[in-house]
Write a protein that binds this ligand. Structure first.
Ligand code: FES
Length: 172
């Protein structure tokens, strides 16, 4: 082959975008692949939106009740603060009871003061006795008592959604 023939062949290959070894892609194939990829991405996005649309929008909230533990974990004199649930579990000579730790004034989380055996609110100074009664400060109501029961494994369960009359001590 002459030099002119080689140059023509090289220009021809360059124009088609093929190197001749079969590893490169011509323009048409490249654009076709881009188009297919774009269509696939669009279909995937539309499918995701459709799935999101038909999937129920349910807010899964944690259960209002929780297992506090076996009765033996709460000997007389115990004042246990369940931080996550904001609940006091208190054991005295009568039995066990649970009270909300949320202040009835503006909802701050109260603290048990072991030295004076009162429950105090750090926000505006409300003070409650161990029955939850207001002893001072702006709190308008007592701390609510919460239902305590035993589950099938003989563990204490506190239900924060069930308010019971103050003084209803669980005897177990
Ligand atoms: S929030 Fe407790 S005293 Fe105000």
């Amino acid at each position: 082959m002459s030099d002119n023939g080689s140059i023509e062949k090289a220009l021809e290959l360059q124009g088609d975008g093929e190197a001749g070894d079969g590893s490169s892609v011509d323009r048409r194939t490249f654009l076709t692949r881009i188009g297919i990829g774009a269509c696939a991405a669009a279909c995937g996005g539309a499918g995701a939106v459709a799935l999101d649309f038909i999937h129920p929008k349910v807010l899964f909230e944690p259960s209002p009740s929780f297992v506090a533990g076996r009765r033996s974990l709460f000997p007389e004199g115990t004042v246990f603060f369940e931080r996550e649930k904001k609940v006091y579990i208190i054991a005295d000579s009568r039995g066990v009871y649970a009270m909300s730790a949320v202040c009835t004034h503006l909802g701050c989380i109260t603290r048990f003061r072991s030295e004076s055996r009162v429950i105090a609110c750090p926000c505006h100074g409300s003070v409650f006795n161990m029955e939850g009664d207001v002893m001072g400060g702006p709190a308008p109501r007592s701390l609510p008592w919460l239902e305590v029961r035993l589950n099938e494994r003989e563990e204490l369960v506190v239900d924060t959604s069930v308010i019971i009359p103050a003084g209803t001590v669980f005897k177990a």
